[in-house]
Ligand binder design. Sequence first.
Ligand code: HEC
Ligand code: HEC
Ligand code: HEC
Ligand code: HEC
Ligand code: HEC
Length: 455
Amino acid sequence: MPDNLRALVRNAVSITGGVIVTVSAVLFFVVFFIDFLGLHTNPYMGIVFFLVIPAVFILGLLLIPIGIFIERRRIARGLTSHLHWPAIDLNKPSHRRGAFIVFILTLVNVVVISLAAYKGVEFMDSTTFCGEVCHTVMEPEYMAFQDGPHSRVTCVQCHIGPGAPFFVKSKLDGTRQVVAVLLNSYARPVPSPVHTLRPAREVCEQCHWPEKFHGDKVNVHREYGDDEKVTESITTMRVHVGGGSEKLGIATGIHWHMNNVDNEVRYIATDDKRQMMGYVSVTDHRTGAKREYYAEGVTEEQLKKNEPRTMDCMDCHNRPSHAFDPSPERAVDAAIATGEMPKLPFVRREAVAALKVNYPDQVSAQQDIATRLTSFYKGTGDYNTRRGEVDRAVAAAQRAYSRNVFPKMNVTWGTYPNNIGHTSSPGCFRCHDDRHKSKDGLVIKQDCDLCHDME
Ligand code: HEC
Ligand code: HEC
Ligand code: HEC
Ligand code: HEC
Ligand code: HEC
């Protein structure tokens, strides 16, 4: 460095800039190492990574020339630098003591800051952070998550995780999302499928061992009538869950699809929600035989435009953690079946009607649902004699609403279809519709007993 430049740098502003540059560079490497060692997985750390630290770093860098500029003008005006370095002489006991205290305090500072940073990073991996910090944006998924079968699995366990490609991708995504929230420009509803979701093999199969599925599962569906007695009708079905592998016996049943080692199903969806299947292929890896099915009227161009994908758990279990009721009828049936909603006269009809109204927001929905139901039961006289049950019915209807409809996010009944089944959305019938044909005239079958027997 030429002498005159060295003199120019020796000013308070430039030195502050230099300190900021150094500290932010050190912090960047600390955060990088926490990440690199897999000590956390949160995508929103990307804010610290790509935005905050670099911004501070650049601020520091800018301060250096600004300081030089100011200093040069001062010198030009005949002023000399006021900055005098203190002379430290470690032979003097008082200086030694001072240096020692500064050293100890710095050490304490480093420990405190590291601990705080680590705690902060840990907090960012919690479901509380993911579900509650961007409250409005994540509310639908967080509500459904809390009473879903995976409420003890953390968001990051399914959504992100270790591995270099996902590391960078999720950091970039997280940063983009934070910017979208700050600019209020995010999509409502949040779109799915989530294209950056990790493959099922690395997520679901950590806990669910695919080769161990077998046999049937008996499911009981209860529906209720709009009549005064709220008549119950029950469908009991034996669902052929199946599974297995070549080693444990031939794979059968529904989980035959996920047996990617032996059978590989690939498809090309022609819409971005993966609801329209243009092309489906099955390869039997034991024999190498491949069969290809085409949807009616699908064009060569549609197939070229869209990515092929190998079917995995998420193509059927697309709502393992965020399942919403597809309709008010289903939500009310479920509430009556569990006993949450008492069987008052016409309660099914009245609750469904109250839930079907288009409310502008949660608060007015909650008030209106209560008014509608109580005034109905005041009319029938039940309010006087069975007040407790009316209040419980109101609470159950209100909960069904707040659990499924989120006006601020444009999420309502049926916004997020569930691909298990076929009665509320195409689900299995996206392919099993008797209309996906192979060149030799075979179809993907819709025979009812392929998947379940009714009892
Ligand atoms: C058991 C695994 C699992 C857990 C735990 C989980 N998710 Fe999801 N999440 C998914 C799957 C699967 C999808 C849908 C992916 C698709 O359709 O491609 C999804 C989709 C989403 C979407 C996109 C919008 C939508 O509803 O499809 C958001 C937002 C989301 N999850 C947030 C969260 C939050 C917040 C948490 C924690 C409170 C969480 N997730 C926990 C598996 C999970
Ligand atoms: C960290 C472990 C873990 C991960 C990861 C995980 N699950 Fe689960 N899953 C469980 C446990 C535990 C249960 C049982 C919950 C119960 O019985 O209440 C369960 C239950 C289920 C069920 C049955 C739900 C029901 O209503 O009975 C399905 C289906 C399922 N998981 C699918 C998935 C899919 C698909 C993924 C990947 C997106 C996944 N799981 C990821 C632990 C996990
Ligand atoms: C072709 C669609 C499909 C695929 C692919 C699929 N499943 Fe399933 N799975 C189902 C159906 C349908 C059921 C029965 C649903 C029910 O409980 O009513 C089921 C049931 C389950 C259950 C509950 C089993 C029980 O006996 O309670 C678990 C756990 C599960 N699946 C996990 C997985 C995992 C993990 C994968 C990926 C390795 C996977 N599934 C792939 C359709 C599928
Ligand atoms: C992406 C397309 C696709 C979807 C979606 C799909 N399947 Fe399939 N499924 C297939 C194909 C292809 C076959 C094999 C047809 C053949 O024999 O060539 C098959 C075969 C089956 C079989 C017979 C397995 C055996 O033992 O041979 C069952 C059972 C089954 N599917 C159940 C389901 C269920 C339940 C769902 C919904 C949860 C579902 N499938 C969704 C494509 C699909
Ligand atoms: C490709 C597989 C498959 C085929 C083919 C199939 N189903 Fe289903 N069906 C399912 C699955 C999966 C469910 C959901 C299981 C559950 O939730 O218990 C279901 C659910 C049902 C339900 C209960 C609906 C509810 O949610 O209350 C009825 C009724 C039903 N199927 C009737 C039929 C009839 C009738 C046929 C023949 C035209 C048929 N299914 C063909 C897979 C299939």
